[in-house]
Design a protein around this ligand. Structure first.
Ligand SMILES: Nc1ncnc2c1ncn2[C@@H]1O[C@H](COP(=O)(O)OP(=O)(O)OP(=O)(O)O)[C@@H](O)[C@H]1O
Ligand SMILES: [Mg+2]
Length: 226
């Protein structure tokens, strides 16, 4: 079974959507629309009557609601969504809270979709070893709860298809990259979406142009970037 991402063109590339139970990384540099893509996925679930969780390490709840609304998604009209912001606190404390509270939260809400935005902010607080631990811990919790999740991450400075710390791609079943592609410094950049991996799914790897509009992300799956 596949879950629609709420973005028509992306669903078309994925042959229907994200396979149920998958943990998918959305990687891109700042302002490429990672949060927006994740919110489309959540909004689609809400419209279907599914319960959803947004765990933010980045924007606060108000800012998330406001930005979602500015691209046509009014999260406020649903009561089956829980937006939680974990502020930068001690590493140990975060780890404890996630381990102890997240499984219960997913269970109590009977959540089927989750957005974690952005993992890079959290990763910044950890050492290399801890980073691997926290990511595998997330994966274990999400998998055992059977929730389908999107985890956003900043891209590596030099490699747009890699996450900032290079760990996320290994724990995820799928990976979508959002890239700003410039023909030359003087041209307006083109935004390109690339499905880098999606286990068990036949998909194109060709970057497809997309735009962020007042109705959110629109992917032109039949067009070419250049
Ligand atoms: N109503 C709108 N119309 C057109 N473009 C918009 C609109 N709202 C937002 N945008 C564009 O979307 C971008 C923000 O998208 P989003 O916050 O999803 O990106 P992000 O990758 O999560 O960024 P960050 O790294 O800052 O978290 C804005 O910088 C702006 O360029
Ligand atoms: Mg963001």
């Amino acid at each position: 079974m596949k879950l629609s991402t709420g973005i028509e063109g992306l669903d078309a590339i994925l042959g229907g959507g994200i396979p149920k139970g998958y943990v998918v990384a959305v990687i891109g540099s700042y302002g490429t629309g990672k949060t927006t893509l994740g919110l489309h996925f959540i909004y689609e679930g809400l419209k279907n009557g599914e319960s959803c969780i947004v765990l933010s390490f980045d924007e606060d709840e108000e800012s998330i609601m406001r930005n979602a609304k500015s691209v046509g998604m009014d999260l406020g009209k649903f009561n089956n969504v829980q937006v939680i912001r974990l502020e930068a606190m001690g590493v140990k404390k975060i780890f404890e809270r996630i381990e102890s509270e997240l499984p219960e939260l997913i269970k109590n809400l009977n959540a089927s979709r989750m957005l974690i935005d952005s993992i890079s902010v959290l990763e910044t607080l950890f050492s290399d070893q801890e980073r691997y631990q926290i990511l595998s811990s997330f994966k274990r919790i999400l998998k055992s709860a059977g929730v389908t999740a999107i985890i956003t991450s900043e891209a590596d400075k030099y490699l747009p298809t890699a996450s900032k710390y290079g760990i996320l791609e290994y724990i995820c079943d799928g990976m979508i990259c959002l890239k700003m592609i410039r023909k030359s410094e003087l041209d307006e950049p083109t935004l390109g979406l690339e499905v880098v991996k999606m286990r068990g799914v036949k998909h194109s790897r060709k970057p497809k142009p997309y735009m962020i509009t007042e109705r959110g992300i629109v992917v032109y799956e039949e067009a070419e970037v250049f």
